[in-house]
Design a protein around this ligand. Structure first.
Ligand SMILES: NC(=O)C1=CN([C@@H]2O[C@H](COP(=O)(O)OP(=O)(O)OC[C@H]3O[C@@H](n4cnc5c(N)ncnc54)[C@H](O)[C@@H]3O)[C@@H](O)[C@H]2O)[C@H](O)CC1
Ligand SMILES: [K+]
Length: 214
């Protein structure tokens, strides 16, 4: 079993893999999304009849955009809801949104009704969570948690502190989570399991040493 890592270690490993080893971040993003997509379509507990993808402005949102594209190009009913300031979007997020718009994937307002969806994908934020969740993000997280849809979280349920396993203001209560590369240490805390649900660990070529520890 692979060890758990801290959020800081996760960010450092992303950075090392991109800048030192030389695997481009968009390649890592595509690999992450492929892993998340396969976790979802092979998960009997998720009903993918009608899926809403919540997209934050960073690379967690970038992963979510690729998941939306993979679902769309495999003929699943999927819509995207962009959350946050597009002017602050990360470079990779911008690149992936352009691809989604090539395919004309339906975009809905994040303030719209979530009751018609069977699955919600949480790509609001992951290892970039930097402060207490409030305002629009809090409202959207609470609305997603209140909806009948099952939630599948990307990397870390949005709002959950990946190191402590505790919510910062509020947090997504996911039925399942695809976490990238390694479990985060907060996910080893039993109280975090209300938020993570079933955990999948996706190998995307990011290793603490130079080889997979599986
Ligand atoms: N190449 C890589 O680094 C890979 C990363 N992966 C995914 O990327 C995210 C981490 O992405 P990052 O852009 O660093 O941060 P987030 O997307 O988690 O957050 C971004 C966004 O959210 C804002 N924010 C933070 N806290 C709050 C808050 N409380 N309220 C409102 N907004 C908040 C912050 O300012 C940022 O703008 C990682 O989790 C992975 O999903 C890939 O998987 C692999 C490659
Ligand atoms: K997330």
């Amino acid at each position: 079993m692979r060890p758990a890592i801290t959020v800081a270690e996760s960010r450092d490993l992303d950075k090392k893999t991109i800048e030192e080893i030389g695997i481009p971040s968009l390649v890592l993003m595509e690999r992450a999304a492929l892993g998340i997509y396969h976790d979802m379509i092979n998960n009997p507990d998720l009903d993918l009849t009608k899926t809403l993808v919540l997209v934050g402005s960073g690379n967690n949102g970038g992963d979510a955009l690729v998941v939306a594209r993979l679902l769309y190009t495999h003929d699943y009913d999927v819509s995207i809801a962009l959350v946050g300031d597009p002017d602050h979007a990360s470079e990779d997020h911008v690149a992936q949104l352009k691809v989604c718009r090539y395919y004309d994937i339906p975009e809905v307002d994040a303030n719209s009704d979530f009751s018609g969806y069977t699955t919600i994908v949480d790509g609001l934020f992951g290892s970039g969570l930097a402060r207490e969740v409030e305002g629009e993000y809090k409202d959207i997280i609470d609305k997603a948690n209140a909806a009948k849809a099952s939630i599948h979280a990307i990397d870390i349920p949005s709002g959950l502190n990946g190191d402590t396993g505790k919510p910062l203001g509020t947090a997504i209560k996911a039925a399942s989570t695809s976490t990238i590369a390694y479990e985060k240490v907060g996910m080893t805390e039993p109280e975090s399991w209300d938020y993570t649900g079933k955990i999948f660990v996706d190998d995307i070529g990011i290793y603490r040493g130079n080889k997979s520890e599986n």
